[in-house]
Design a protein around this ligand. Sequence first.
Ligand code: GLY
Length: 561
Amino acid sequence: MSSAELRRKFLEFFEKRGHKIIPSSSLIPDDPSVLLTTAGMQQFKKYYTEPALAPAPNVASVQKCFRTSDIDEVGDESHLTFFEMLGNFSFGGYFKKEAIGYAHEFITKILGLEIEYVSIFGGEGKVPEDGESEKIWKSLGFKDIRKFGRKDNFWGPTGKEGPCGPTTEIYINGVEIWNIVFNEYYQKPDGKLEKSKIRGVDTGMGLERLAMIAEGKKNIFETDLFAPLLVLLPADLKERKRRIIADHARALAFLISDGVRPSNKEAGYILRRLMRRLISYGMGQEQNLFEAVVKNYESFYPELNLEKISNVFGEENIKFGKTLNKGLAELQKLEAVDAKAAFRLYESYGLPFEVIKEYTPNLKREDFEAEFQKHQEISRAGQEKKFGGHGLILNTGELKAKDEEELKKVTRLHTATHLLQAALRKVLGEEVRQMGSDITAERTRFDFTFGRKLTPEELKEVENLVNDAVSKNLPVMMEEMNLEDAQKSGALYFFSAKGGSASGGKEKYPAKVKVYSAGDFSKELCGGPHVSNTREVGKFVILKEEAVASGVRRIRAKVLD
Ligand code: GLY
């Protein structure tokens, strides 16, 4: 069965069962808390709390999705950046019995495939085991029903808050095919789960994986979704590279057609990385690759625009082509490439992390990103000065000379921010959680969850606690550990959306993380940079405390010279 037929059969099946078919939304979501659309439910997110707004109580779609969390895995048998997700959704309409029944019927009767086993939520924390789903699967004759916890069988929300809940998942040939989410909970920005008033269904089935099974192929790249692209590539290229090229060509064609343009931040930064990787693999002139993408997909996605894709890619090829060879030559001259050197190669020649990593497999993404962030903080601090209200204009020469000094300031404020969060939790309680932070050489701005204005006494107490920690000369230590161990160790971390299973999703954090601790005063997951002893932070002063949103407060603070 071809992938076009799979899409058609899926939509037809759900239309016949009372679902309204909704076209894919853009890869650029209207929810500012997520960079790109990562799941079919993204465009329907608000309907789970306000079903009256929904175009129909039950809907189905084939959605364009993009997950950056899987970028390092692309090239293996089953991971992608861009993929299509088949999904059916209910906003307070049907629930577990129907959702499981539909999935079972579609896979076994319509596609004639055999389900190997299923999984259900086994209970964890305050969320109980999903006995109802277990019963439903048993009534359908299943014996192999595996039970897992929050990491595997609980999904969502996307972005900072939203609907989420236990899942039941369908496996064929060891591959997870379909993720069925029961949105019984709403996760607040502070990570707390509330039982939702409306029970919803949100399902996701990766089309590429389904096609692999339905077409009887060994991996997703042998399916008709990729084969027409791969035949165009030089035969002597390594398999992994061929797959990366096919994935990236497809992804960037869709990103550009949805209006993303290359830049040095957010979605534009992701697009630029994909394009530069293709160019560095010698694909800068491969116009026919994009023709093949458009030809293979335009009947379902008429927004694909070959002219736009060619123009945007062509411009990047000219721009990056000028420095690529110099950058590669520079890279090959270096004996060892640490994160700092890698960032310099990126800054001077535009070499993206992925390309540098090909030559230096030990380079870690977190370390590179920490360098990237450091640089952005410094340049933002520079920008603020340049355009600040004091008529103070620095030229770039002066800015460079100031770099080291500003970096030191930023580093001190990074550690100060950890101390601030720990102090806030000691004074106000454990409900305080980080919602965001922004550090320049001038000040730190820290957003956190708390329900009311702080009293002047509380603010003083927080400030005093931080200054006590500073005067105690606490050593600041960094330890690398597995994400799970880090979370178990009680280190604070930024609660984030879990990826989904349609592409083998992951948390926003990498599997190995850095945990910074200041004595036993504070312990947090963080990329750094930090001072090595709290005494280097210097005197800490709170400048201002205010509300930024309901339940979220903001503190601005600085350290004195
Ligand atoms: N929203 C379900 C999934 O992404 O798997």
